[in-house]
Design a protein around this ligand. Structure first.
Ligand code: AHM
Ligand code: MG
Length: 334
């Protein structure tokens, strides 16, 4: 059981031997995410004071308005992850295609690819609601020495070597897993250091919170409509409480601490779902499963899905194990 009050830097060094390929590179990669998180946190915190709120007047490949802070966070993470001779490629929600990164002496011999949503929930920034960063790390599968390819990014989530999120909230936290449980670190802003505040996080097996954008109800699949009605019925610990921030990282973080289910199904507007498999659902599913929860598209485990596209969307049902099992039952009984 990891001890509290340890800094993230100390924790990374002490747990380095747990990594499957313990050459120190993954530790350095997590360290660079830690650094970028602090840079982005600083900017998000002063967002109301400087001319950085609002849209940048551009849209990303998915037709969404890019916020200035989206672009700032994207650049901060890419800049920090490059030039460290660890990462050979980055895919981001804000970039149309993946970015190739060369290592020492211009060689393509770095080992890891990173997929990232630099600022998730960014449409909430202007109203001072918590936003987050989501990241996913894989070892490349193409041979070292050759440029990274799309294949390196389209690996199923069960091949992730690390994943996590940063929540820029009332306090800023970095929560991640390298496949040995989940640990949460809280930033002390006065000294710029993350401390282990939530060791060995566990998703409660049951919960009483359901999080879904019910405004889309009429467009939901019948199984989800039936499950929502079940959540609202008067029986036992039901009706459940409805809580939806509209910021995936915040909604999931709350549910992981209190117990609950998060659902973003396919709808008429988003027939394949809204959330992106590679840099939203997979990393969250990795963390959730490592904490003892479950993540599914209603039929298949998220982590077992073989991706076909970089910006692929997928229905997402995740959270407390027994709640997700129940929702799946409703989906499959239609
Ligand atoms: P984004 O990546 O463009 O910020 O969109 C993802 C966000 C999630 O954080 C959130 O759970 C969801 O979109 C909310 O969508 P909606 O407003 O349709 O409920
Ligand atoms: Mg997003």
């Amino acid at each position: 059981m990891p001890q509290k009050n340890k800094t993230l830097g100390e924790f990374i060094i002490e747990n380095q031997e747990e990594f499957r390929y313990s050459s120190g590179e993954l530790s350095r990669l997590i360290n660079s995410i830690r650094l970028a998180a602090k840079v982005v946190n600083h900017e998000v915190n002063k967002a109301g004071l400087v001319d950085i709120l609002g849209t940048a007047g551009d849209t990303n490949i998915q037709g969404e308005d890019q916020q200035k802070l989206d672009i700032y966070a994207n650049n901060a993470f890419i800049r920090t992850l490059t030039n460290r001779e660890i990462v050979c490629g980055i895919a981001s929600e804000e970039e149309d295609d993946f970015i190739t990164i060369k290592g020492r002496n211009e060689q393509h011999d770095n080992k890891y690819v990173v997929l990232i949503d630099p600022l998730d929930g960014s449409s909430n920034i202007d109203v001072n609601v918590s936003v987050g960063t989501i990241f996913s790390v894989y070892r490349r599968i193409t041979p070292s020495g050759t440029p990274v390819t799309l294949e390196d990014f389209l690996q199923p989530g069960n091949k992730q070597v690390a994943a996590g999120y940063i929540i820029y909230g009332t306090s800023t936290m970095l929560v991640y897993s390298t496949g040995h449980g989940v640990n949460g670190f809280t930033l002390n802003p006065a000294i710029g250091t993350f401390y282990l505040s939530h060791p060995n996080m566990k998703f409660p097996k049951d919960g009483t919170i359901y999080s879904v954008n019910e405004g889309n109800y009429v467009h939901f699949p019948q199984g989800i409509k039936d499950y929502i009605k079940y959540c609202q019925e008067e029986e036992g610990d039901r009706p459940y409480t409805s809580r939806y921030i509209g910021s995936l990282v915040s909604d999931l973080h709350r549910n992981m601490i209190k117990g609950g289910i998060y659902i973003y199904p396919n709808t008429a507007k988003n027939p394949k779902g809204k959330l992106r498999l590679l840099y939203e659902c997979n990393p969250m599913a990795f963390v959730i499963e490592q904490a003892g929860g479950m993540a599914s598209d209603g039929f298949t485990k998220i982590l077992d899905i073989k991706p076909t596209e970089l910006h692929q969307r997928i229905p997402f049902i995740c959270g407390s194990l027994n709640m997700v099992l129940k929702a799946k039952q409703f989906m499959q009984n239609v």
